[in-house]
Design a protein around this ligand. Structure first.
Ligand code: SF4
Length: 208
């Protein structure tokens, strides 16, 4: 389909790689995903970028940016704070990098768009928030409470606190290095572009 110039520009911007990975750099989102996704993304970045146009992702990007723009305009909190820490695995030093959506008054907020708001925080969102907590601690930022904020076109907005819990970051890095978390969570293959594109065997358990 061809688009008028403004929309073409908008789509191209969505597909543009916003930030190159540095060597031995892993993002928090890699640590809460199937390790095969990470390895396939490195090998086929042009396909990985296509996920930006999937309707739930596109919708999520726009709501996310809108929410953060409003908070920024109100002068409340720190938006998209990039934090990093080092982790040694198999005698190699990896840098874990994450962007915390909002820190306000020592409380951390992670925004999530979702079609139906669940009754409690989803496991991978808990893990993500607790990795962010760890990143904040390592960077001298004290976090009092952490929340996941769900925004849904059907259900509106709901905010859940996330209990502090340990997440084994070294183990997660190892799963990526050795490609052993295929998938990390049971539901992942059903929502994965790599399966749709035919990069994984039937059942989505292998591939690359
Ligand atoms: S289809 Fe499943 S196994 Fe394959 S990359 Fe996606 S989540 Fe991982």
């Amino acid at each position: 389909m061809s688009y008028p110039p403004l929309i073409e520009w908008f789509i191209n911007d969505l597909l543009r790689e916003k930030r190159e990975r540095r060597p031995y750099e892993l993002w928090v989102t890699d640590l809460i995903s199937c390790s095969n996704k990470y390895n396939l993304s490195l090998r086929y970045p042009e396909y990985a970028r296509l996920t930006a146009l999937k309707p739930p992702i596109l919708n999520g990007t726009l709501i996310h940016q809108g929410f953060e723009a409003i908070i920024k305009e109100m002068g409340l909190g720190i938006i998209e704070k990039e934090l990093s820490m080092n982790v040694n695995v198999d005698n190699v030093r990896y840098m874990i990098v994450g962007r915390v959506d909002i820190i306000y008054d020592n409380d951390l907020y992670e925004l999530k768009t979702i079609s139906i708001i669940p009754d409690s925080v989803l496991e991978h969102h808990k893990d993500q928030v607790n990795i962010y907590r760890k990143l904040c601690e390592e960077n001298g930022i004290e976090i009092r409470h952490a929340y996941v904020v769900y925004i849904s076109p059907r259900d509106g907005i709901k905010c859940y606190p996330v209990e502090k819990a340990d997440v084994d970051i070294s183990w997660r890095v190892k799963t990526i290095v050795h490609n052993t978390a295929i998938p990390m969570y049971d539901w992942e293959c059903g929502y994965c572009i790599w399966g749709e594109l035919g990069f994984c065997n039937e059942g989505g358990r292998k591939g690359g």
